[in-house]
Design a protein around this ligand. Structure first.
Ligand code: ATP
Ligand code: LTN
Length: 330
């Protein structure tokens, strides 16, 4: 049986990087795999979140899942904080993770670079992420390229646990798509597109208006060659725009390259805008219908119930294997 578990943190507005690397992949794979999609709100608070914003954003991410096309009747959508097994399994995973290996995580190093006080939860973040995945015995985890190292650690922790206490966890594989798993900033193709970038023109948000998308893409850096060619070594900025085109149109990169042979960047950017807008506008429309409805809260509640059934079972198995006295078995 093939099973997916993945999620997007409610720590900022969703940008097209998260769409390319994660959300569009969730939508694609939900038909092929038994899938669980969650909102890692416990992970979001590893850095300070304004309580009201966390509340709103958590619902927003769920609404984007549905608006983008996840069928919640088939694939449960739930909040991490509503399934208590995550925090409990997170603790068990912390006992398996070594201090040194957590310190080597590049995401931790990057996020602590310019910070004075960093929460201890930011350090143990990957142990909780391992717990998220292992609780569902996920075989596959669709993520952006930046999460590869966390997936490797998850496998190491699962293996270590299985060796010590007997086979308990499935070792998960990442699904990192070739196109769209590393969307770069529009102002600097050497940096990941991220909402933490202070330059708002460096990213496109899922909620951006068509006019704002047009402006941002018109300003996106290019090069002086004037040829629409896919070549990350020589032409990273244009290659990034071609990838965005491919993610939003579903067309192969080679076809896009061919179509724009002999055309300038102006025409390409204009049509790229149309392709992005054509995909985002219907998502935005569905989003605005979903976000205000109380059905969303019901979907999340039902999702948490369904998720708990699997997660609680794995938690009990793991706790028992470690020697804890497990009081009731279902
Ligand atoms: P931040 O950018 O603030 O560090 P994040 O965007 O990486 O946070 P999430 O919002 O939880 O964190 O990311 C959700 C998913 O989107 C993850 O699987 C992540 O790998 C993927 N992702 C994020 N940014 C990009 C990007 N620029 N290109 C492709 N995938 C991305
Ligand atoms: N660390 C991920 C978010 C995340 C996740 C997960 C993704 C937390 N738990 C489990 C997949 C599976 C991020 O920063 N994008």
């Amino acid at each position: 049986m093939k099973r997916i578990l993945s999620g997007i943190k409610p720590s900022g507005d969703l940008n097209i990087g998260g769409y390319g690397g994660a959300l569009s992949q969730f939508v694609k794979y939900q038909h092929e795999y038994e899938s669980y999609f969650f909102i890692p709100d416990l992970h979001a608070v590893t850095v300070y979140q304004d309580p009201r914003e966390l509340h709103e954003r958590s619902r927003e991410i769920a609404a984007y899942y549905i608006a983008a096309g996840i069928d919640h009747d088939k694939s449960p959508i739930f909040l991490q904080s509503q399934v208590s097994a995550h925090a409990q399994m997170g603790w068990l995973m912390e006992t398996q993770a070594h201090y040194g290996e957590l310190g080597r995580m590049t995401q931790f190093k990057e996020k602590t670079d310019s910070q004075d006080s960093v929460s201890s939860a930011l350090f143990t973040y990957p142990a909780l992420m391992a717990a998220d995945i292992l609780l569902y015995q996920a075989t596959h985890v669709p993520v952006g390229d930046d999460q590869k190292q966390h997936l490797e650690l998850t496998r190491d922790l699962a293996q270590r646990f299985n060796n010590r206490y007997g086979h308990t966890f499935t070792l998960p594989e990442p699904i990192i798509t070739e196109i769209g798993s590393r969307i770069m900033s529009l102002d600097d193709p050497s940096r990941k597109m991220s909402k933490s970038n202070p330059n708002q023109n460096s990213y496109i948000l899922l909620q951006d208006s068509p006019e704002s998308i047009r402006k941002k893409l018109a300003r996106a850096v290019t090069d002086s060659e004037g040829l629409v060619r896919y070549d990350w070594e020589q032409k990273p900025a244009i290659s990034n725009l071609i990838e965005i085109y491919a993610v939003f149109s579903g067309e192969p990169v080679e076809e896009i390259e061919q179509r724009y042979t002999g055309q300038g960047y102006g025409v390409f950017k204009k049509e790229l805008t149309e392709v992005v807008v054509a995909k985002l506008v219907p998502i935005q429309q569905r989003f605005s219908e979903i976000i205000g409805s109380s059905e969303l809260d019901q979907i999340l509640r039902r999702g948490a119930e369904q998720a708990s059934m699997i997660a609680d079972k794995t938690l009990r198995q793991a706790a028992k294997a470690m020697g804890f006295i497990v009081s009731h078995e279902q």
